[in-house]
Write a protein that binds this ligand. Structure first.
Ligand code: SF4
Length: 211
């Protein structure tokens, strides 16, 4: 039987969660709980909704011509490494790149006993690792929330060029969309005030209703 993933939110096509247009998936539940995390509503592992990976893959396939990759954020994606595996493999089969944000460092993940964690890492193109440190806000690199976080390029699909904005491109982006139910939701950099960066390891807030 297919194992479900606890999902806190998803956006089928976004340009605010990694290079190019991407399917963004926020996993529900985080065992790390960094002070200052912008997604505390994703902490509870029992929250969100249980979704079959096959359904998520069908959604990705339906927008395949519009996206170049899958971005996994949280919450902590690696807290659900086992259930994540079919999704990662399915995304690769669709020819999508995989960008994963984890609050664990690469060394911590490689030190874990569970083979599923290593298997999940093997299906990722780029890992952005490390806890969000509110005392070290990132002000130069795209996608990272604090300066301690590191990009790890496991395949040739991307290079460190993705960390730098193109000329004229803003460092931070927010997308606001109107849902079929008439509600507005936003994802991307969560602080529109310009005062302080209440970000998290995943850099961005999950798609929360703004009204
Ligand atoms: S920043 Fe990431 S790892 Fe840290 S508490 Fe928030 S979701 Fe968890």
């Amino acid at each position: 039987m297919e194992r479900g993933l606890r999902v806190g939110g998803r956006v089928p096509v976004t340009r605010a969660e990694g290079p190019g247009a991407r399917y963004a998936l926020w996993l529900q539940g985080c065992s790390i709980r960094c002070p200052g995390c912008c997604n505390p509503h994703l902490f509870e592992a029992s929250g969100g909704e249980l979704v079959r990976p096959s359904l998520l893959l069908a959604e990705m396939a339906s927008v395949r011509n519009e996206i170049e990759g899958l971005t996994l954020l949280g919450g902590e994606p690696m807290d659900q490494a086992e259930a994540l595996l079919p999704l990662l493999h399915g995304a690769r089969s669709l020819g999508l790149s995989v960008l994963l944000f984890s609050g664990f460092t690469l060394a911590e993940l490689r030190g874990r006993e569970e083979p599923r964690v290593r298997d999940a890492l093997a299906a990722v193109d780029v890992l952005v690792d490390g806890r969000y440190d509110a005392s070290r806000p990132e002000t130069e690199r795209l996608w990272a929330g604090s300066t301690n976080q590191r990009f790890h390029y496991f395949t040739p699909r991307y290079s460190p060029a993705i960390e730098r904005p193109a000329p004229g491109e803003p460092l931070r982006t927010v997308e606001v969309r109107l849902g079929a139910d008439g509600r507005l939701s936003a994802n991307g950099w969560p602080d529109l005030s310009g005062g302080g960066m209440s970000s998290s390891h995943q850099r961005t807030g999950s798609p929360r209703p703004s009204r």
